[in-house]
Design a binder for this molecule. Structure first.
Ligand code: BTN
Length: 260
């Protein structure tokens, strides 16, 4: 299989912050771990770690993320101001959604907080991890996994919830083109965010969750209500059956009807 990064570099990367430094691994435990090690050493902001395959990849809320060669697995190292930290997931999910739409022409919606959904199934996920010191961000690592060739039917627990871009398109997508687009979109969004412009409205417009009756799993509790809004910090505002609102900064959402 061709080295994904050589293909991306052949097409050219014209970014200011993102991917000025790149590490590629044929196989690694998790790009998140490698990124953390580099961040602790103080590597440049925007350093990109890409792996063809991961042996121990992780998702949000302590879940396993299934990796197979042929997809996109990456982590970016950032040193954002503390105020920007809650927006990193928003930037990443929007960069992926925009890139899918630009390179395939198919709609890529979002499920709160940061899942990327095509035709009702998850096609990509975002995981943000960070290290704080006295409320200051030492570093943040944002991991992105995009299913290009991934075949969810090999994992029965995923088959009705996950999909891949190739299965949705019915053709073989050029994944280097998708990755290149993600890097450029991320770079643009991150630079705008640094100058105080957040893409909250676009993110909300793509947020399939809004207006729906949802279950929010937060800690050991499950809350059902109408997903009414997203506040300025990216938190989900839920209208509960008793008329009160609940505000969730993290958690997991399933739609009440479909369960996805
Ligand atoms: C989720 O939806 O739960 C987030 C999934 C994040 C997966 C990516 S793949 C690249 C990076 N390395 C990991 O171990 N996880 C993230």
């Amino acid at each position: 299989m061709a080295n994904l990064i050589s293909e991306v570099l052949r097409q050219g990367i014209y970014t200011r912050i993102i991917a000025k430094r790149i590490q590629f691994h044929q196989e690694i435990e998790s790009t998140m771990d490698e990124a953390r090690l580099l961040a602790i050493k103080g590597t440049d902001e925007g350093t990109l770690i890409v792996a063809e395959n991961q042996l121990n990849s992780r998702g949000r809320l302590g879940r396993t993320w299934r990796s197979q060669p042929g997809n996109i697995y990456m982590s970016l190292i950032l040193y954002p101001d503390t105020a920007l930290l809650p927006s990193i997931g928003m930037i990443a999910s929007l960069a992926v959604s925009r890139s899918i739409e630009r390179t395939t022409g198919i709609d890529a919606e979002l499920k709160w907080p940061n899942d990327i959904i095509v035709n009702g199934k998850k096609v990509a996920g975002v995981l943000t991890e960070c290290s704080l010191e006295e409320a200051q961000v030492r570093y943040a690592v944002v991991g992105i996994g995009i299913n290009i060739t991934f075949d969810p039917s090999t994992y029965p627990e995923l088959s009705n919830r996950a999909t891949s871009l190739n299965s949705e398109l019915g053709t073989n997508l050029n994944r280097a083109m998708v990755l290149r687009c993600v890097l450029h979109e991320f770079d643009n969004l991150y630079q705008s965010a640094q100058s105080g412009i957040l893409p909250l409205e676009e993110w909300k417009l793509k947020m399939h969750t809004l207006g729906q009756v949802v279950n929010v799993y937060s800690g050991n509790e499950c809350y059902t209500g109408v997903a009414e809004d997203i506040n300025d910090y990216g938190s989900l505002v839920l209208r509960l059956p008793n008329g009160e609102t609940g505000v969730f900064s993290s958690g997991d959402v399933t739609l009440d009807e479909t369960g996805y």
